[in-house]
Design a protein around this ligand. Structure first.
Ligand SMILES: [Zn+2]
Ligand SMILES: [Zn+2]
Length: 98
């Protein structure tokens, strides 16, 4: 895995994953990607559905300023870059699952 700076929480060096800002299922192009760390990436998908990501948060900047992400990022920034915090799915999305 590639190491670098997470575009969301700015911690470094962290293992980077590719996030499709507009999920492929919602017609995203291959260029619309961000390199973010594993906890940020998990959180993004825990909080939002692909449809919400495509319509509400199609850029790194809009994600960064999403109220729930803002809270998460300010917390994550205090965690060491090497830690993989344990996270739970939000109840909202859990309920929605079939
Ligand atoms: Zn991050
Ligand atoms: Zn993603």
């Amino acid at each position: 895995m590639e190491k670098g700076v997470c575009e969301l929480c700015k911690r470094q060096p962290v293992d980077l994953t590719i996030h499709h800002l507009i999920p492929k299922e919602e017609g995203g192009r291959f260029s619309d990607t961000a390199q973010i760390c594993i906890p940020c990436h998990k959180q993004v998908h825990f909080l939002y559905t692909n449809a919400e990501l495509a319509t509400l948060y199609p850029t790194v900047d809009s994600l960064k300023h999403a109220p729930e992400m803002k809270k998460f990022i300010s917390w994550l920034r205090k965690q060491p870059a090497t830690s993989l915090p344990r996270m739970k799915k939000s109840n909202r999305l859990k309920r929605r699952r079939k």
